[in-house]
Ligand binder design. Structure first.
Ligand code: SAM
Ligand code: SF4
Length: 329
């Protein structure tokens, strides 16, 4: 088991399939994009399946979430999902995506074994979308969401990041939209993980502010905290339930003490935290013919170096060198 020095056990593996993206969300990337990883540095499908197979077969990983960058841009995604679904013990398989391309891929992904999906949606207004993501693609995201519902994926979770003076007037409309369609909405506080280091604490829309804005229109009551487990979102029942809304207060309400995650970047580096400043290289030994025992020992070293918290609120906090899109959000 991947248990760290603070008694937390990692069971949830986040796998970045690519650092590339077709949007340029301003809390994530600069307008001009980034220097993408050279293709030969990315783990191949076979390498990925071997590493994930080791994680579920020997190291206690029970959930695999594919992310990026934009994971739908990874060629062969459906086959990767099918191969991971064939592993034993079979992990739960989920995907975090901006939704562009889901219109075509939702049904094949479901058929390949995808269990759950999170779609990022920050606004319902085309102009705001274009300003925030620097691309005019809201219609594609909405078409993707409709396709996901039609494909029968359940639950459908929506991730929203609010930015001050950009989309912070929309939480009520977004919650209404999700309630009407049975989607589970979660607001995520903006974190200092953008490539251009533009995050400012004073500009961040906080969990308290989001709750206050929603409370003008809805009655929110905290859901039973015993049900939260290691989930990052604090759940609130809306108008008595059963529908709920989640708030992920990564900065003002950190949940590191219950963290059960570990991450693999698209170029084969293992990270024990989004905010880790060190990585454990799996790709080099993998390509040099390492045995499963040797690779497993690297996973153990990685988890044993996990710090108790992300440290964003410490005076000496340093943002990790890689941005969120290259780590896998
Ligand atoms: N491209 C996919 C997407 O947007 O869903 C997957 C990768 S993205 C990095 C994963 C999630 O991280 C998205 O929901 C996105 O909104 C969120 N995210 C990106 N940058 C963030 C930041 N600086 N703070 C908080 N969340 C962020
Ligand atoms: Fe792309 Fe996702 Fe980053 Fe937006 S948040 S730029 S969709 S990786």
């Amino acid at each position: 088991m991947l248990t760290d020095h603070f008694g937390r056990t990692a069971t949830d593996l986040r796998v970045s399939l690519t650092d590339r993206c077709n949007l340029r969300c301003s809390y994530c990337m600069p307008a001009e994009g980034l220097q993408w990883l050279p293709r030969p540095e990315l783990l191949t499908d076979d390498e990925l399946v071997r590493v994930i197979g080791l994680a579920v077969g020997r190291l206690g990983i029970t959930e695999v979430r594919f992310t990026g960058g934009e994971p739908l841009l990874r060629r062969g995604l459906t086959e990767i999902v099918a191969r991971v679904a064939a592993l034993r013990p079979r992990p739960e398989i989920s995907l975090t995506t901006n939704g562009i391309g889901l219109e075509r891929l939702a049904a094949p992904l479901r058929a390949a074994g995808l269990d759950r999906i999170n779609v990022s949606l920050d606004t319902l207004t085309p102009e705001v979308f274009e300003r925030l993501a620097r691309r005019d693609r809201l219609a594609d995201v909405l078409a993707g969401l409709a396709a996901v519902a039609k494909a029968g994926l359940n639950p459908i979770k929506i991730n929203t990041v609010l930015m001050r003076d950009v989309n912070d007037h929309e939480p009520v409309a977004l919650l209404r939209f999700c309630l009407e369609r049975g989607y589970q909405l979660r607001f995520i506080e903006q974190m200092p993980l953008d490539a251009q280091h533009g995050w400012r604490r004073a500009e961040m829309v906080t969990a308290d502010e989001i709750l206050a804005a929603l409370s003008v229109e809805f009655t929110l009551t905290p859901d039973d905290p015993a049900d939260r487990g290691s989930a990052p979102a604090e759940a609130f029942l809306v108008n008595g339930g059963p529908a709920s809304v989640g708030i992920i207060g990564s900065v003002t309400r950190p949940f590191c003490g219950a963290c059960d995650r570990i991450r693999l970047t698209a170029d084969g580096q293992l990270r024990n935290c989004l905010f880790a400043r060190e990585e454990n290289d799996l790709r080099t030994p993998l390509r040099a013919g390492a045995s499963d025992d040797e690779l497993a020992a690297r996973w153990m070293r990685c988890i044993q170096a996990k710090l108790p918290g992300h440290g964003i609120n410490d005076p000496g906090f340093l943002q990790p060198t890689r941005p969120m899109s290259a780590i896998g959000g």
